[in-house]
Write a protein that binds this ligand. Structure first.
Ligand SMILES: [Zn+2]
Length: 275
């Protein structure tokens, strides 16, 4: 265990210099640097997104190897460097082994980590988002990974302040009646059938009312309950497009892992999300 004693370093004159800090963080990604090092992208409890070096972590004898793998929750002791902070010690807290048993689980877990990396800024803590991400990784190993991942994306945009309007037409403010609706990322929600006929300045997407109702349930239910939510193929497709448009418009970012997952589905017509 890392103790408080670990974060105090004495200077030569006897004064106390604190140049180490401790934080619990989820490893979002790691990148090889040189022969033996890795650059880690962390989402930490106290400091939000952090980039730190793990020196020597690629050596076969390194004790850091397990704890710095992507999608691991780890307690870090980090040395504050002049140009780049570096890992002094690390201890694995939770590793989500069920994610690695099936391809779709690990794909959607990587999707969730990528969304967090690209929707947050360094140094800004977000305890709630970290807690939701950790719970998402637990549930991805148990429930329907596609639905859990879509629910995570909805919760992420809500925490970022971009929750779509779900209870009224975003144009005329009347109830969203009718079987077909239109989603507009610019307007920030769904339009009724009448308003959908008007020309829109942004890229919109026509979808069934059932997709809106599914989004409401995904936001209202806890992630652990989403396994009970039965979603048909048409609604899954519509959820994909609605979220893709919304994320790209408001976060200004196109998720590479999402594109990879879609390529996998399209390339192999026998792709089975439950493989
Ligand atoms: Zn309307």
């Amino acid at each position: 265990m890392l103790s408080e004693r670990d974060i105090r370093v004495h200077s030569g004159s006897g004064g106390l210099i604190v140049n180490l800090y401790k934080t619990d963080a989820l490893v979002l990604r790691n990148l090889n640097r040189g022969e033996t090092d890795q650059l880690l992208v962390l989402f930490s409890l106290e400091y939000g997104k952090l980039k730190v070096m793990a020196h020597g972590s690629r050596k076969i004898t390194s004790r850091k190897r397990g704890a710095i793998q992507p999608l691991t929750l780890t307690r870090f002791l980090i040395h504050k460097g002049r140009y780049m902070d570096s890992v002094r010690q690390c201890e694995e807290l939770e590793s989500f082994p069920d994610l690695f048993l099936k391809m779709d689980r690990i794909c959607y877990a990587t999707y969730a980590a990528e969304l967090v990396e690209n929707s947050t800024v360094e140094g800004e803590a977000n305890h709630i988002l970290l807690a939701v991400l950790v719970e998402t990784l637990r549930q991805l190993g148990k429930g329907d990974p596609e639905i859990v991942a879509r629910a995570f994306a909805l919760k992420l945009v809500t925490l970022a302040g971009y929750k779509p309007v779900l209870n009224l037409c975003v144009k005329c403010r009347r109830n969203l009646d009718g079987k077909m609706l239109t989603f507009s990322p610019l307007a920030g929600g769904f339009m009724c059938a009448e308003c959908s006929r008007e020309k829109s300045e942004d890229q919109t997407f026509s979808c069934h009312r059932g997709t809106l109702e599914t989004i409401k349930l995904m936001l209202a239910w806890e992630l652990s309950k989403l396994g009970q939510l039965k979603v048909d193929a048409e609604t899954r497709t519509e959820l994909y497009y609605v979220l893709k448009l919304h994320l790209e418009y408001h976060l200004g970012y196109r998720c590479a892992t999402e594109m990879f997952i879609e390529k996998l589905k399209n390339r192999n017509s026998s792709y089975n999300p439950k493989l």
